[in-house]
Design a protein around this ligand. Structure first.
Ligand code: GTP
Ligand code: MG
Length: 335
């Protein structure tokens, strides 16, 4: 594969930027949509607090981490003291409450890997998944959102990469490809590696934010308004960054040995993490370290079939970026 590695980028790469930016702009959710989401959360919170006065609702996932496209579902976390009551009992009770309040398609999925209640708000058409006490997801949502504030190119790159992954069918964890969360981590890591760097490594800086969740210490520098000019010395365009991103994952990443880690701002060896062989269902064929749950490889869902699909898609994208006269069409061709 390395023999196919290209050394030179097409000369007109920067001229591709406007077409990608117009796709990015078409994916951004309208302000009005954000307002509707907020109203729905507030009304859900009222219902929840009536039953559990100390409970709180948090929004997490793409509609809170700034990587959400329009019309995405909202991910909500109910933070609640369980003392003795099981999560399934709480979810069943919650489903009953929501059902009696005119919300539609209410379903408690108590046996799912992450148990949730699903619902749809008939007035706005917004769908929502509520899970219980998944507070690490709330914290990693904040980390992603903070990174997005530092340099606008992260949000642009991640929107386009997510849009590509959805169009090409490689954003489906149940079929062995990567989650949206994993793709955003790949984008952050990639921008940390540019020279000059476009993003810093917030977890290596002096901690200004500190919480302990499920015995995991989460520490990082979150005063990101002070880092607004961080990436200014690097003026790479979105066209070029996309080219580099796909070229990297197609031809240059060391799948056999390397783990990408936004926590350290670089690479760790698979050997150091003991991710060199299959353990249970985790195969570690592409390794993406979770920034807080460091024993957690976001690539664990990828199996020996889907790794091939994934790498072929990276190569296809890299080749389109290099040779296609109008890559912003072919790149997103439905699979
Ligand atoms: P879309 O819904 O596809 O737009 O993206 P999303 O950002 O909502 O991503 P996804 O559905 O993959 O995950 C929702 C949120 O759950 C993420 O933003 C993370 O906060 C969290 N999350 C997802 N997968 C993991 C995981 O494996 N570990 C942890 N700790 N959190 C995860
Ligand atoms: Mg989501």
């Amino acid at each position: 594969r390395n023999q196919k590695r290209r050394l030179e980028c097409r000369p007109d790469i920067d001229s591709l930027t406007p077409s990608f930016l117009s796709i990015y702009n078409s994916l951004i959710p309208a302000e009005e949509e954000k307002a509707k989401q907020k109203r729905l959360i507030l009304s859900l919170e009222k219902l929840v607090v009536k039953e559990w006065p100390d409970a709180k609702l948090y929004i997490y996932g793409s509609c809170a981490n700034s990587f959400g496209v329009s019309n995405c579902d909202i991910d909500v976390c109910l933070a609640i003291e369980c003392d003795g009551t099981s999560k399934s009992e709480i979810l069943t009770k919650l489903a009953d409450i929501l059902q009696s309040e005119n919300l539609q398609n209410v379903q408690a999925l108590t046996h799912a890997r992450v148990p949730i209640v699903k619902l749809m708000d008939p007035t706005t058409g917004i769908s929502c998944d509520i899970c219980i006490n998944n507070l690490l997801a709330v914290v990693n949502t904040k980390l992603l959102k903070d990174y997005a504030q530092i340099d606008g190119r992260l949000r642009q790159l991640a929107f386009i990469v997510k849009h590509w992954a959805k169009s090409r069918g490689v954003n489906e964890t149940y079929r062995g490809t990567l989650s949206s969360y994993a793709y955003v981590l790949m984008c952050i890591h990639f921008l940390q590696q540019r020279r000059p760097a476009i993003l810093p490594c917030l977890q290596e800086m002096e901690a200004t934010y500190e919480v302990t969740v499920d015995e995991v210490e989460c520490l990082y520098f979150d005063q990101v308004e002070k880092l607004k000019n961080f990436g200014a010395r690097n003026n790479e365009s979105i066209g070029r960054l996309l080219w580099e991103f796909f070229d990297y994952w197609a031809y240059r990443h060391d799948y056999a040995n390397a783990v990408i880690s936004i926590r350290t701002g670089g690479f760790i060896s698979k050997r150091e993490k003991d991710w060199t062989r299959r353990i249970g269902n985790d195969r570690h064929l592409i390794c993406i370290e979770d920034p807080f749950e460091v024993s957690h490889d976001l690539g664990r869902v990828v199996d020996k079939y889907s790794i091939k699909v994934l790498r072929e898609e990276f190569e296809r994208a890299a080749d389109i970026m290099q040779y296609d006269p109008n890559p912003s069409v072919m790149l997103f061709e439905p699979y």
